[in-house]
Write a new protein. Structure first.
Length: 436
């Protein structure tokens, strides 16, 4: 087990879709989390937060010396502004650590109501150059969440030009096929705006494609090649996709994975590594936060062999769309044109909700697992502990936690808790996966 190095200044920032996912991310090494309520956050669906839960989350974080940032990053319309002042006043009382904002109007309201508020500029604001970064710093932003389009060399220049400005950069998760996430497909198809947090992910739908080649009348050379695309069940809405000097813009991007480039990002001036995925499962939180925590908090001593191991864990143990380094290295972001996602041979089957300490008559611990998918006797499982340590074992026996009845299998979806025996200590929030 790698020990954390002292005096770390790098922050690992994880998403919080609900309280339990937030607690999982913190247990697995996140230094801070970000969350928001549906009214003002870019996550409307699969978002369990309201003001009371934000308050509970803040208290939980602060008692553990962790931070919580609240997203107020919609592009507001006039009617949003009516409820905003009351909300900001409540967040001020709660003493959250920072607000993440993209809209200049919201920025102004926050500065008027809460002048000392720490403001982080959202990636939705499309900050991709040092002049823009300096402008927002002069307005009062303490941190910029850089657009995913920004390259490593550009990060270095931004940091050099505005050295007192904190820089945050996405290091893992889904990539929108849009400019810094400012996508309009969802609004176009179903009147659900991604910029108000209600994206239905039309970029993941099945599309039909037809080509359109135009020729010169003089020399018969092709002078324009474009592609018409339309979504299944939306054939009346056709988009033309054209390749131009900056590249072509297709839809299904691979997922961002920069686990091998954290040292370069830190040297370039990034102080906060951000994970995408407020809608993802607790298992995703555990695996990604656990792995990135191990690397982030040990950058000086971790070996390339260890980093390669953790990369393979991310690739093989999670469902994803393939991995890309995005635009960081000055290349085009990769697209997955072959399938909707890469299948893993491992399935999330449950999360540890408590454990019973062994007594003098037993050599094993009983751990209580909330079942999320199927778990059966005979299954080959891995129990992933915080710090991303792994217990490998076979499930010999399985009991219903409520009745004590011995089971041959259990299924998720009903909040069922089962008991298995393990010969090591297993803390709460550990996750269990089984080989398929």
């Amino acid at each position: 087990m790698i020990k954390k190095e002292k005096n770390k200044i790098l922050e690992l920032l994880a998403p919080a879709g609900n309280l339990e996912k937030m607690k999982t991310a913190l247990a697995f090494g996140a230094d801070a989390v970000y969350a928001g309520i549906p009214d003002f956050s870019l996550r409307v669906r699969i978002n369990d937060f309201d003001l009371e839960k934000i308050k509970e989350a803040a208290e939980y974080c602060h008692t553990r010396d962790k931070k919580i940032y609240v997203t107020v990053n919609i592009f507001a319309h006039n009617h949003h502004l009516n409820k905003l002042p009351k909300y900001i006043k409540e967040l001020k009382k709660i003493k959250i650590d920072a607000l993440t904002i993209s809209d200049p109007g919201i920025f102004k309201i926050v500065k008027d109501i809460w002048p000392e508020c720490v403001i982080h500029l959202s990636t939705q604001a499309n900050c991709t150059n040092w002049q823009s970064a300096e402008f927002w710093f002069e307005q009062g932003a303490r941190r910029i969440i850089l657009g995913r389009e920004v390259t490593l060399d550009e990060i270095k220049e931004i940091h050099k030009k505005v050295p007192d400005l904190e820089l945050e950069y996405f290091v893992h998760g889904a990539m929108c096929m849009a400019y810094s996430g400012r996508c309009f497909l969802s609004k176009y198809y179903l009147d659900k705006s991604a910029n108000l947090g209600d994206c239905v992910q039309p970029c993941r739908w099945k599309y039909g494609v037809t080509s359109n080649i135009q020729h010169s009348t003089r020399n018969k050379k092709e002078i324009d090649c474009s592609v018409n695309i339309c979504a299944e069940n939306h054939e009346e809405d056709v988009f033309e996709v054209v390749e131009e000097e900056h590249g072509s813009y297709i839809l299904n991007s691979k997922d961002l994975c920069l686990i091998k480039h954290l040292r370069e990002l830190a040297h370039a001036g990034v102080s906060s590594f951000k994970i995408e995925g407020r809608a993802k499962s607790a298992y995703y939180q555990a695996v990604v936060a656990g792995i990135y925590s191990r690397v982030t908090h040990n950058l000086k001593s971790i070996t390339q062999k260890e980093i390669d191991y953790f990369y393979n864990e991310l690739y093989k143990k999670l469902v994803h769309r393939g991995h890309t380094t995005g635009f960081l290295l000055g290349k085009k972001a990769d697209q997955n044109l072959g399938n909707s996602h890469e299948v893993s041979n491992w399935e999330f089957c449950g999360q540890v909700v408590k454990h019973a300490a062994r007594d003098t008559q037993h050599t094993t611990n009983k751990i209580f697992i909330k079942v999320h998918n199927c778990i059966k006797t005979g299954d080959e499982v891995e129990i992933v502990l915080p710090e991303y340590d792994i217990i490998k074992m076979k499930v010999d026996k399985l009991w219903d936690a409520d009745t004590g009845e011995e089971l041959s299998e259990a299924h998720g979806g009903q909040g069922m808790v089962v008991v298995i025996e393990v010969n090591k200590d297993v803390p709460e929030f550990s996750v269990v996966r089984r080989r398929l």
